[in-house]
Write a protein that binds this ligand. Sequence first.
Ligand SMILES: [Zn+2]
Length: 286
Amino acid sequence: MKWLAVSLALICIAPIAHAETEAKQLFGAQKTASPHKAQVFGSYAKGCIAGAVQLTETSPTWQAMRLSRNRNWGHPDTIDFIEDLSRKAAKLPGWRGLYVGDISQPRGGPMLTGHRSHQIGLDVDLWMLPPKRLNLSRKERENISSISLRRAQGAYTNSKFTQQHMDVMKAAAKDPRVARIFVFPGAKVAMCNAEKGNRRWLRKLRPWWGHHYHFHVRLKCPKGSPGCVNQAPPPRGDGCADAQKWVDDILNPPPPKPRDPNAPKPAPRRELTLKDLPPQCTTVLR
Ligand SMILES: [Zn+2]
């Protein structure tokens, strides 16, 4: 009888202990996708993906980089998007296609290192390095570096920034599946200045920190994923004045705002547990 009580207690405690474990440990340990149909649960920085598809490591128009990370898993829409954009990139002078960086882990979720987003198979990092070859070995793909396109902490582009970079980012922004693209402020301003025609696509280009070795494409929630939470769309307009403000603030940083001594201290960022994620993510892990 005592034995039975102990076993029951263990059975009851186990799922609770699981719920307290950092979600990044649970999702970071997954090696394969879940055996469900593709569906996204939650938001870009707090969610997971069932039935993710692994991006083919090498194709005629792309290579997945840093294979050891096992982050080349995404929603089928993301895989289709990469395929389509890589075909357009392959037509640009000096570009054989795309070098593809991180998408998501096999079941999405928080990661042990790096990104806060990239959790639902709808974010993808695309390298700024123009692919000259698409026959890089696994080892080369671990060791080769991308190139930075920024100057003056991202206020300006450098001499490696080309028309083709603008063309590939514009093609991405014009894709109806794309919600937004993150890139350093100097690149957005350069593209604002270069565009003499329809400026609508510029709205999706969002100035952000980092993002000078790669640009980050975020897709909208796909059809058939009612549990997927879209981010609010970017503000109306082309966003060029906002990007210029980012640049001005880099060149002439505004004085730091004095801290209100009565304001409560911001809580330290807590690691996500399974309880923070949509309940379906527990099933996705199983
Ligand atoms: Zn990214």
